[in-house]
Design a protein around this ligand. Structure first.
Ligand SMILES: Nc1ncnc2c1ncn2[C@@H]1O[C@H](COP(=O)(O)OP(=O)(O)OP(=O)(O)O)[C@@H](O)[C@H]1O
Ligand SMILES: [Mg+2]
Length: 501
């Protein structure tokens, strides 16, 4: 089905999120929708899926004007939305999630389980979406959870599929598989809209590219001739330099030291084993690895979110292994968490409140339990400006921020603390190229101020752009350590795949 958006306009208080946006998505083709954080991509897709009512404009499918009063109408018209954050029920099985709300029945109120399972099997077979219908969703890797989301929209008859940053959380192998699924969907005539910040992906997979900027269509690009540089400058209206300028590091004293750290899961299986690592003042240590090889647990061991079974975590020579997360925070660990929605912010709090989320109880923000609201507000205004959080409204709630701007807010809060150790997990996930450039500069600036910095990233380009020293994690262990200047992405890639010895 061909989709056309004509003059879509959507306002939020103080923000024109979509400003007269027109675009076309063709049947059997992939339209990549790109643009800066806050450009209006997710809003536009929420209008398309009936979640928001536009203030002006029309949605046409095969030339016919549609009226979507709610998401149910959009689903009936053939629109399937695979969200930025999955909306599955973790404790339900795959098939239960897939048929939720559209359960086949064999009598009043009696679900036909066999039929439901078969429907799931049919779709997964037809589109090559391999998944076990009886598996529990919470036990599945994200790549497979995403397949469940796709099966779910296909079962509801989706012909126009919208993917909002589908590859942000996938491993390189899962991205390849995802592209295979997209090719299959295309082959069967689906209309696909693909939102991404990874310009190389847009160029690899799209038939058409539309660029949004400040809520408006900034232009269209032809993936056959466009380059990442061209797309980046269309997105942000200036040239972007993704190589990070930095001098040779001059590491000082050891700030963080992990020795023989071991962590186990509920069944006693090792999640981390024999972890020895150190980060010195004035250096950036990058932890490379494919998602799921212990990086998340490594950060939890350092920040105290999960207990370790053996070994020690020392900071500036003190054993902090038994400290609570709050004590470690107070001891001088800044932490940009991997999962911003669950750990980095409180969506119902304002931007100003989120910016002092775990420091409001101490000077300069309060004194003996009395909050200094002016100081909090002044500091928030400065941070929002410095880190280009848009819109720069400190009384807005966290929920009103676009995904990338929420991430910028969290980075601003953590980087504004003058502490010896900064742990950054996936610091630029979901962030547009312009803001990546800025955040990378800030990380290097922190290093040059003498902070010890540990970066965990699944983006090898990011690891190489920033790190002085690179560690590779594989299967819960550190399997390699190299000076960044003395290795190549090929060598690190082999270690990541568990192939080099
Ligand atoms: N529920 C809301 N209330 C108020 N403002 C909102 C709301 N949702 C989005 N906005 C604002 O609308 C604008 C567009 O946001 P949107 O989420 O569409 O951006 P995006 O292009 O998807 O960005 P990102 O790449 O960061 O995900 C932003 O300025 C955002 O702050
Ligand atoms: Mg978005």
């Amino acid at each position: 089905m061909e989709l056309e958006l004509r003059g879509i306009t959507k306002r939020f208080p103080g923000v024109l999120a979509n400003d007269d946006v027109s675009l076309t998505a063709r049947s059997g083709k992939v339209l990549a929708l790109i643009g800066e954080n806050g450009a209006g991509k997710s809003t536009l897709m929420n209008v398309l899926s009936g979640l928001y009512q536009p203030d002006a404009g029309e949605i046409l499918i095969d030339g016919v004007v549609q009226k979507f009063g709610d998401p149910g109408d959009a689903i009936k018209a053939g629109i399937g939305m695979v969200h930025q954050h999955f909306m599955l029920v973790p404790v339900f099985s795959v098939w239960e999630n897939v048929v939720l709300g559209v359960e086949p029945v064999k009598g009043p109120g009696i679900m036909n389980r066999k039929e439901a399972r078969n429907e799931v099997r049919d779709i997964s077979g037809k589109y090559g979406l391999a998944v076990d219908p009886d598996a529990m969703v919470e036990d599945l890797p994200v790549g497979i959870q995403q397949r469940v989301e796709i099966i779910k929209v296909l079962l509801r008859g989706a012909k126009i599929l919208v993917f909002d940053e589908p590859t942000a959380v996938l491993t390189p192998q899962e991205v390849i598989e995802f592209f295979g699924i997209v090719a299959e969907l295309k082959g069967r005539g689906a209309t696909i809209i693909f939102i991404t910040h990874k310009l190389k992906e847009a160029l690899a997979i799209a038939d058409d590219i539309t660029v949004l900027r400040g809520g408006k269509v900034a232009g269209h690009a032809d993936p056959k001739t466009a380059t990442p540089e061209l797309l980046a400058s269309m997105m942000v209206g200036r040239d972007i330099d993704l190589t990070v300028d930095k001098a040779e590091s001059t590491p000082g004293d050891t700030v963080l030291q992990l020795s023989g750290v071991r962590m186990v899961d509920d069944y006693g299986r090792a999640l981390l084993d024999h972890i020895d690592l150190s980060v010195r003042a004035g250096e950036i240590v990058g932890v490379a690895g494919i998602q799921g090889n212990g990086q998340t647990e490594l950060v939890e061991a350092i920040t105290g979110l999960l207990p370790i079974e053996a070994g020690t975590v020392e900071m500036l020579g003190n054993d902090i292994s038994r400290y609570s997360p709050r004590q470690r925070h107070a001891a001088g660990i800044a932490h940009v968490p991997e999962d911003r929605n669950h750990m980095g912010m409180v969506g119902s709090f304002t931007v100003a409140e989120n910016l002092v989320l775990d420091s409001y109880y101490a000077a300069p923000f309060s004194n003996h339990g009395l909050l200094h609201r002016d100081v909090i507000r002044d500091s928030a205004e400065q941070l929002v400006e410095a880190y280009d959080v848009r819109p720069p409204l400190i009384d807005n709630t966290g929920n009103a921020l676009s995904g990338g701007n929420a991430q910028k807010m969290i980075v601003a809060r953590e980087f504004s603390r003058d502490v010896p150790l900064v742990i950054c997990a996936q610091p630029t996930r979901g962030i547009d190229v312009g803001s990546i450039e800025y955040i990378h500069e800030q990380i290097v600036r922190k290093r040059d101020e003498g902070k010890a910095i540990l970066i965990v990233s699944t983006e090898l380009d990011e690891i190489f752009a920033l790190s002085d020293r690179i560690l590779v994690m594989y299967d819960g262990r550190i399997v390699a350590e190299r000076k960044a200047s003395e290795t190549t992405s090929t060598e690190i890639g082999l270690f990541m795949a568990g192939k080099a010895a």
